[in-house]
Design a protein around this ligand. Structure first.
Ligand code: ASP
Ligand code: MG
Length: 451
């Protein structure tokens, strides 16, 4: 066995076509410690599969299938793959085709089964490529090891069971070979296919790293590193070479799209270092995420999440009474609404809802608002953006709020949350002003400090 165990995950854009796959294979070839390889579906494929739920028309479904088929056959051809890989790919394609030829609506369970084909196709091609390159790699279907509950669409992993499966089925193979498996997919106790939620491949890789007691979890993607803010809105954004688990977790909660928000949980539990790097420019420095580092700036990064909704409920019933907040949150829970930020005063409560999240707009229904109106006066404000300053000791450091309020002198801040976490300070502004605010804050709190 090699000294270190690294779990390396390659995202959808990293395996988007034959050239991209070859780059990933080279990254694996030069490092024998990359023992477990986790792949996403080729970029765009999960979206295509997901669109199958929108139609019951057999010819439209077949058209989606054809696109997926063509895309993967093209990769197969461009890779000059051996016949065996072609046969393996065809088996998976045939199975998908069979699932497509029904005009019944797909329920959420059927959708998980369909979505799994993205990863099953890409992993078949990728295992073939590695073997063709002379890299001894064996394929394991993730559904045999990533065991989950039966919450289709966003299943919860069963960590103890995963560990057992990994110990029994994966570890023995690692003595002589590398192992390729899929991200995103798993199965429940009955063996029915589940998924961990969109973007869940990072999380799969982290769960495997945890079960293996791996030394490093690598996330190979299409950006060089995690940046101090989104470089598309702020050209001064700088790549972060090293940050802590807490900072990175906070950033992923607040909308930095680089990591799936649950990814760091297993890494934190086992103190596994995480590396985020670009499969296009593997030699450029990426970001290390570790438990502790000496250099901990007060503000490491700034994130922006658009399409937030603020609900303010106001009721004199709250005055010196108990139970009002419980009632309020019960209504939200009944409608499956998860709340992000909350601030309260004696007679009113403001809360934010991430309406950027799929399905959230629907849940914020007139019925739900009617229920709220039964207990309080309700105001709903939309088109807001949540800006989060992410860093360290924000709850115990003087001198942040002064400059912040000065810089935002002319901006209408709709809500502020400060103090609940030492790693963030966040607030809401109008969406139209948000990018300007981020640039201003970045200049003051980050660019100035490093120059
Ligand atoms: N293929 C899945 C998705 O697109 C999972 C992933 O790529 O992480 O959501
Ligand atoms: Mg992804």
């Amino acid at each position: 066995m090699p000294d270190l165990i690294k779990v390396a995950k390659f995202g959808g854009t990293s395996v988007a076509d034959a050239e991209a796959m070859k780059r990933c294979a080279s990254i694996i070839e030069v490092d024998r410690d990359k023992r477990v390889i986790v792949v996403s579906a080729t970029s765009g494929t999960t979206n295509l599969l997901s669109s199958l739920s929108e139609t019951e028309d057999p010819s439209e479904r077949l058209a989606v299938y054809r696109q997926i088929e063509q895309k993967h056959l093209e990769i197969l051809n461009n890779l000059n793959s051996p016949k065996e890989t072609g046969n393996n790919l065809q088996i998976v394609l045939n199975e998908l085709r069979e699932k497509i030829t029904t005009s019944e609506p797909y329920d959420i369970r059927a959708m998980d089964e369909l979505l799994s084909f993205g990863e099953r196709l890409s992993s078949t091609l990728f295992t073939g490529l590695l073997n063709d390159k002379g890299i001894d790699a064996e394929f394991i279907d993730a559904r045999d090891i990533i065991k989950t509950d039966s919450e289709f669409g966003h299943a919860e992993p069963l960590v103890d069971l995963i560990r057992k499966k990994v110990t029994d089925q994966l570890v023995p193979k690692l003595k002589t070979k590398r192992v390729v498996t899929q991200g995103f997919i798993g199965s429940d106790k009955n063996g029915t296919t589940t998924t961990l939620g969109r973007g869940g491949s990072d999380y799969s890789a982290a769960l495997l790293a945890e079960a293996l007691d791996a030394d490093v979890l690598e996330i190979w993607t299409d950006v060089n590193a995690i940046y101090s803010t989104d470089p598309r809105i702020c050209p001064e954004a700088i790549p972060i070479t090293e940050m802590t688990f807490d900072e990175a977790a906070e950033l992923s909660f607040f909308g930095a799209k680089v990591l799936h928000p649950a990814t760091l949980k297993p890494a934190i539990r086992k103190n596994i270092k995480v590396y985020v790097g670009s499969s296009i420019h593997p030699n450029q420095p990426g970001t290390w995420i570790v438990k502790n580092i000496t250099q901990k700036p007060i503000i490491r990064a700034i994130s922006l999440r658009p399409e937030q909704t603020l609900i303010t409920v106001h009721s004199l019933d709250m005055l010196h009474r108990h139970g009002f907040l419980a009632k309020l949150f019960q209504i939200l829970a009944d409608f499956n609404i998860s709340v992000d930020l909350v601030t309260t005063s004696e007679v009113s409560v403001s809360l934010t809802i991430d309406t950027n999240q799929k399905g959230m707009h629907k849940r914020l229904s007139p019925e739900m608002l009617l229920e709220l109106e039964k207990i309080a006066h309700v105001k709903v404000e939309r088109e807001l953006a949540l800006i989060a300053l992410v860093g360290n000791n924000l709850d115990s450091t003087a001198g942040v709020s002064g400059p912040l309020f000065n810089l935002l002198d002319s901006i209408n801040i709709r809500m502020i949350c400060h103090g609940a976490s030492s790693h963030n300070l966040c607030f809401l502004v109008n969406e139209s002003e948000a990018t300007g605010v981020v640039r201003k804050l970045h200049e003051h709190f980050i660019s100035k400090k490093v120059s």
